[in-house]
Every structure is written in C-alpha cells, then in structure tokens.
Write a protein that binds this ligand. Structure first.
Ligand code: NAP
Length: 488
C-alpha cells in the first residue's frame, strides 16, 4: 500500500455521513491530525447518499436536522428532501476542506489493538491503515434487512430495497408490490402510487401516523435567516424545544400524553380515511411511541387511490411471478420493493474488532450491545462510536446527539494529543452507565407498549434508543469525565 495508508494516523474516522463529517470538522478545528476519513460508498453523505428512493426526505425539520456550527439559512422546505440534505453535506465537507481527507470506496473490515505500540491496526478492502484512535461514524442503519420469506430469490422481475434503489427500473405502468410500512415505506408509497399501474402494499403492522404539515419556507424567511443569524438560531431553538418537550412530557413512557397523542393520530386517520374497514386495518394495535411515530399527509390519501391496494394478510411465499399470501391469494407483480428496514445489530457486530488481550467486540457484546455513554467500550482503548448503542432517538434530531458525542470524543482525543498513549473507559463506569439505562428502559414504551420493533435486539432488549431527553444526554455525555477513563 502506498500513500496515506502507510502513514500512522492520529485519528481514523470510519464513515462520511453526518457523524463522520462532524467529527472530522471538529478534529481539524482542534488541530488534531493526521486525520483520515474512509467511506465505503462512492460518495459522501452516509444514509443520505444511500437512500435515494422517490419521496426520501427527513421527518425532522431541516433547521434542526443540520449541524449547529454549519448552519444553512436557505433550507427550501420545512422537511428537506434527500437531494437537498445530501447537497448540504457535500457543501459542508467542501467548505471545511474535508474532501482531500476522505477516501471513498474503502470499506472498514476490522481492526486489532496493538498494545505494545498503542495503536489500531485497521483492515480495509483497500489495504491496511494504522491509527492511534478510531472514531466510528457508521451508525446502525446501513445494512439493508431483507425478510426471511420463502422463495425470495425465485422472483423473476426486478426486486430491490429502499436503501439500494434501482433507478434503472422504470416503474411507470408496472404492477409493483412493496413490503413494509415503516418510515421509508410511507414516504415512497405516495410517489410510487403516482406512476405504477397498480401498487400493492403488504402491511404486517400498521404504524401510528401524525400530520406532517410540510411546507416551502418562503423566500423572505430564508432571506431573513441569512441576514439575521440570531433569528435562525431562535428558530432552531424553537424547533428543538418543540421536539424535546415530547421526551420531557413522558414520550418515553406510557402516560396520559400517550392516550392524547393516540387521539390526535386517530383523528388524523379518521379525517383521511372514511372507509371503516380500511380504517380498521390501518389502526395500530399497540401504544403510540412503541415503534417510531411517523408523520405524513399523503400516505393515507395514496392508499385510497383506485390503483392502490392494501394487503394485510401475511406473506406465505414469493414466487417467480409475485407474492402469495397465507390465505392463498396470489398477487401478480412486475417489481418488488423491500421497505423492510435495517439490520442494526449486524451493522455494529459484523465488524471484526479485536481489543485488548484479544477480546473481540462480538464477545464483549455476547449478551447484547452496550457502551459507556453509547460511545466507548471497556477493553477497546482509543475506540469511539458515534450513534453507537442506546443513542438513537425517536423524538428529536439525532444530529443533536451526534454533536454531544463529538464533543465527548474530542475531549478524549485531546488527552491523546497531549501525551496519553491510550484512553479506555473503566469497566465499572460502563457498568454503572448501563445499569442506569436498563433501569430507565425497564418500563419504557418500547418495552411495554405491545409491539416488536427494530429497537429491540434478539433478547428483547432495547439497545438502540436513548431513553431520555437530549438535554439529559447532554448532561450525561457532553464532557468526557476523566475519572471514568483509564489513561495510559
Ligand atoms: P422499519 O421502520 O424497520 O420498517 C420496516 C417495515 O418492514 C416494517 O413495517 C416491518 O413490519 C416490515 N417488515 C419487515 N419484515 C417483514 C416481513 N417479513 N413481512 C412483512 N413486513 C415486514 O424500516 P424503515 O422504514 O426503513 O425505517 C428504519 C429507520 O430509518 C426508521 O425508524 C428511522 O430511524 C430511519 N428513517 C428515517 C427517515 C426520516 O425521515 N428521518 C426516513 C426513513 C427511515 P413490522 O412493523 O411488522 O415489523
């Protein structure tokens, strides 16, 4: 290997999505280097590079779903569409001079801690790299999950996942089947309904859906945000607290507010869907908040188009020509779209990380994933995760979580910069943190709300979400408490 791969890096950042880019910017500002970002995709943007399905957009308002230190005053819509978010990330990377630091098309396959030299020996599909510290900006939503349905490979027509959209397939005039009714599905269904000859939506569990109220941000507001940064900051703060209040009022637990929110969502459904039988099929049989609460104004109307049908019988098998349900009904299809989400556990566990004394991350996590503040794991010095276990959010912008984590990691990297060879969380600090999380999760909505979601792992434990407000996470994680770390 030639060039930068031979160089011993101070920090290797894995992933050029929101997290990796934010980390790289902050490292540069703090004078931490040499630094490199590797990215498996052929472009930067992470989730916003991968997910290009028609209708892809963010369900958190744009002014909140952006980096506080890299503001964009001229977002065109309340909820930015995917191309605009991707353009924002590209512009931000350019503006902060990150592009020369990023190696695209380079997949992180594993790393081994070299105790004697106090560095990570990293394996990629493009050769080895050595780095004193690794920051994972990989997140948990990048391994598409395909359902284990008999005959899945038998289908003769095109079949693809929402996260790997095949734009070469023209869906106009086609009979399209789409499996899944999560956040991705409800965005893509209204778009496909406009072009397909017939669209069949295969629903296993109906989602709770709230009104979205998306709208263009008027030119005069954009001009004002550009001219008066304080006004933009106030708008961001307003949006932050609007979302944060959901957690503070008990969004994480079954409460009086749950019933009120369910009432609001039921009214949204009743207003949009007059047909009682269809409404019954679309009414969730579990408590609101147990799965991610979705927002949409066009999903219910799309389902009532003449060329759209909702199939709620279970899928028995996929055949060469379509999908057959458990009641024996065969749907003839030209194309199948999998809106079936991501394999979160695999995203974290698949990487072959070997820490101190040969401990593998998969062994450390044999009973489930867990990390101190969702960031560091005992036995894995100088290894940091952004959007690691238990730091996802259902109620607010994950970008706020990323920024808190970046600050925490920066504290640790600064300790390395000023002479420490290694920094590793103490097992007792990690244990205390995880106990705290588990206690809080025990009676949380995700555990007792009567549903099964991707938030829960194979043992039925929520290893995905932060069970409190963003402000609580900020208090907990923003500064790295050095007493909780062992420095070598
Ligand atoms: P998801 O929420 O995991 O939804 C997957 C869907 O596929 C569910 O409806 C699930 O049904 C269904 N499914 C899975 N296996 C099935 C099977 N064998 N038969 C029938 N149905 C099956 O995935 P997603 O919609 O891609 O969203 C994943 C996450 O990505 C979201 O929670 C969110 O964090 C993020 N996201 C965010 C946005 C945004 O706007 N910010 C947009 C898209 C995605 P069950 O409910 O019955 O399991």
């Amino acid at each position: 290997m030639t060039g930068p791969a031979r160089e011993k890096l101070a920090v290797l950042i894995v992933g050029a999505g929101f997290s990796g880019l934010a980390m790289a910017i902050r490292c540069r500002q703090a004078g931490i280097g040499p630094l490199q970002v590797i990215e498996k995709g052929d472009g930067i943007g992470g989730t916003w590079h991968d997910n290009t399905y028609p209708g892809a957009a963010c369900d958190i308002p744009s002014h909140l779903y952006s980096l506080s230190f890299a503001p964009k005053p001229d977002w065109t819509r309340m909820y930015a569409p995917q191309p605009e978010i991707l353009a924002y990330l590209r512009e931000t990377a350019e503006r902060y001079g990150l592009m020369p630091l990023i190696r695209l098309g380079t997949t992180f396959t594993g790393a081994t801690w070299d105790e004697a030299r106090a560095l990570w020996r990293v394996e990629t599909d493009r050769g080895p790299i050595e780095a004193r510290a690794i920051v994972s900006g990989m997140g948990g939503l990048h391994h598409p999950a395909y359902p284990d349905i008999p005959g899945r490979d038998a289908f003769a027509g095109p079949a693809f996942h929402t996260a790997t959209w095949d734009h070469a397939v023209d869906l106009a005039g086609k009979r399209v089947g789409i499996i899944g009714t999560g956040a991705s599905a409800i965005q893509v269904v209204p778009e496909l309904a406009k072009v397909a000859a017939h669209l069949t939506l295969f629903q296993r569990t109906p989602p709770w859906i709230m009104p979205r109220h998306d709208h263009a941000i008027p030119a005069r507001s954009r001009a004002r945000y550009r001219r008066l940064p304080l006004v933009r900051r106030l708008e961001r703060a307003r949006l932050f607290w609007l979302h944060e209040v959901r957690a503070l009022l008990g969004f994480t637990k079954v409460s009086k507010l749950t019933a009120q929110a369910e009432g609001l969502a039921r009214r949204h459904l009743a207003k949009a869907v007059r047909d009682e039988a269809l409404r019954a099929k679309l009414t969730p049989p579990y408590r609101l908040g147990c799965k991610r609460v979705l927002i949409s104004d066009d999903f219910y109307p799309a389902l009532q188009r003449a060329n759209v049908s909702l199939e709620t019988d279970g899928i028995a098998r996929i055949t060469a020509t379509g999908i057959t349900t458990e009641t024996g009904h065969s749907h003839a299809l030209d194309v199948i779209v999998y809106a079936t989400g991501f394999d979160v556990t695999a995203s974290f566990a698949r990487m072959d990380l070997v820490g101190r004394d040969g401990l593998r991350l998969t062994e450390a996590w044999a009973d489930g994933m867990g990390a101190y503040q969702g960031i560091t794991v005992a036995g894995f010095p100088n290894y940091f995760m952004l959007l690691g276990p238990n730091t996802g959010l259902g109620h607010n912008s994950v970008v706020s979580m990323i920024e808190i984590q970046v600050q925490h990691v920066l504290d640790c990297l600064k300790a390395l910069k000023t002479g420490d060879r290694s920094i590793e969380v103490r097992p007792e600090a990690q244990g205390r943190f995880l106990d705290r999380i588990r206690r809080r999760l025990a009676d949380s909505i995700w555990q007792v709300g009567g549903c099964r979601s991707w938030y829960l792992d194979a043992n039925g434990r929520n290893t995905s979400l932060w069970p409190d407000s963003v402000m609580a996470y900020r208090r907990s994680a923003r500064r790295a408490r050095m007493a909780d770390y062992r420095r070598g």
